[in-house]
Design a protein. Sequence first.
Length: 113
Amino acid sequence: MVAKYSAKLIEAVRGNTDYKLGIELANICIAANLPATYVAQVLGVSRMALHTWFRGGAIRPSKRERVNVFIDIVQDDLNKGVLPVRTLAEAREYLGEMSDKPIVTAATKEKQD
C-alpha cells in the first residue's frame, strides 16, 4: 500500500484556486498516488522543497521545465489508465523509469550503510 498524503495537505491543495505550478504538481501526484519522497528524487529536490511547492511556494526557474514535463507525463499516464499506482513497488518502478538514478528507499539506505 502506498503511503497516503495527509488530509490536511489534500484539503489545502484542492481548496487553493490560485494557479501555481507546485499546486498543479501536488494535485497530479495525489491523483496518481505517487509518494512525495520518490517524486522529490525524480525531480532532484528534497522532500521539504517538494512540500513547499505543493503549498504554492516558488519553484526555481531551473526546475520549472522538469516539473512541467513530469506533470505532462503523469497526466498522460492517468488518462491512459496506467496510473494511479497501487503499491510502493509500482510507484518505485514507474518513477524509476523517469529517473537517471534508482529510487532510494529506507531499506535501500540501510543496505548501503
